[in-house]
Design a protein around this ligand. Structure first.
Ligand code: ADP
Ligand code: MG
Length: 328
């Protein structure tokens, strides 16, 4: 009898859990060098726990600055075997080729020379930059199977794609669990599935000239990555010049392409993240040509003079009224 009672209680608990209504659940964590906001529509906190564990893990393993992680060890040793890093570097190399070299995950030494990882900023001399030139760039990185080789002391920096990749991993976790949500990893927004009320997700883009108010919103149906690269969050100023953390691989110096920010909307986080960095380096006109030759993303460019250009796929999705619209 006692046993039967226990069984019935367990069954009842199980039924209640299944019938628990979906509710909005929020969590904020610090990982991948940024504040991450997770919002999911779930019956319990299980999905949030899984997302948090995955993000903490990736944060360590893909950081060029965390001595406890796998990427750090590879940089120190001039290579190593790591399936996840090898896969990301291979995909980054393909995107680098596609973007004419604007994306380059072999610039870590240059970032360090400018002081971006530490915050002790300096403007390197021309001699320093010439010396760095021999020790930076993806041409010094080779991948064979799961093994990486770094020549001439080149160091990997996956900062331009890591958050996008992390968003892809989070999306997969939520999709497997049948849970919808919206995740914000610094400038990376990932929407997953449908909002419970069926309406579109609203993604706000920060105003680069203010940084705390919004320039526009984008209404996003279903699952998408919306990723912004800009010069207004990680930068320093010297003698009236603004130096941002995105480097032009051509001269190993902060990109000065006339943009304040560029946002990419795509199906995949990795792609959106890699492209937002590359498009920031390219500037608007090269970026528009690149978009015309592509069919896997839409974009918003915010220029230094404050003007805004959007690709036609976003025309009906943006709240911004005076944008120039580019068409194919
Ligand atoms: P964030 O991650 O700060 O939102 P991005 O996705 O644009 O911005 O990535 C910028 C980071 O990528 C830099 O902090 C640096 O670590 C690295 N990086 C800088 N310039 C390049 C580049 N041209 N290609 C690839 N990575 C870059
Ligand atoms: Mg990026």
């Amino acid at each position: 009898m006692k046993r039967l009672f226990a069984l019935l209680t367990a069954l009842l608990l199980l039924l209640t859990a299944c019938a628990a209504p979906v509710s909005r659940q929020d969590r904020e964590i610090f990982a991948m060098d940024t504040v991450i906001q997770l919002r999911v529509y779930d019956r319990d906190g299980a999905a949030l726990d899984r997302l948090e564990a995955e993000l903490m893990n990736l944060s360590r393993s893909l950081s060029a600055e965390d001595p406890a992680g796998g990427l750090y060890a590879i940089n120190q040793a001039g290579g190593g075997t790591d399936a996840a890093v090898a896969d990301l570097v291979r995909r980054a190399a393909a995107l680098s080729q596609r973007t004419g070299g604007a994306l380059d995950v072999g610039l870590h030494r240059a970032s360090v020379a400018w002081g971006f990882p530490t915050g002790s900023f300096t403007v390197p001399s021309a001699t320093d930059l010439a010396d760095l030139d021999n020790r930076c760039g993806m041409d010094l990185i080779s991948v064979s199977g799961d093994t990486l080789r770094l020549e001439n002391g080149v160091e990997l920096d996956l900062g331009a794609v890591a958050k996008g990749h992390a968003a892809d991993r989070c999306r997969a976790i939520l999709e497997r669990a049948g849970v919808s949500g919206i995740l914000s990893l610094g400038g990376n927004i990932q929407t997953v599935g449908k909002k419970p009320d069926g309406s579109d997700w609203t993604v706000a883009l920060l105003d680069p000239s203010d940084g705390s108010s919004y320039l526009m919103t984008l209404s996003i149906p279903g699952t998408k990555a919306v990723v912004t690269s800009g010069d207004y969050q990680r930068y320093f100023e010297r003698d009236g010049v603004r130096y941002c953390h995105i480097l032009d691989p051509e001269n190993l110096s902060p990109a000065r392409s006339g943009l304040r920010a560029v946002t990419v909307v795509a199906d995949e986080g990795f792609l959106a993240d890699g492209l937002s960095t590359a498009l920031f380096v390219m500037g608007r006109d090269r970026g528009i040509e690149f978009w015309r030759a592509s069919n896997d993303f839409e974009a918003v460019w915010v220029l230094e003079d404050g003007t805004v250009t959007v690709t036609e796929g976003l025309e009906a999705r943006t709240s911004y009224e005076n944008a120039e619209v580019v068409r194919r």
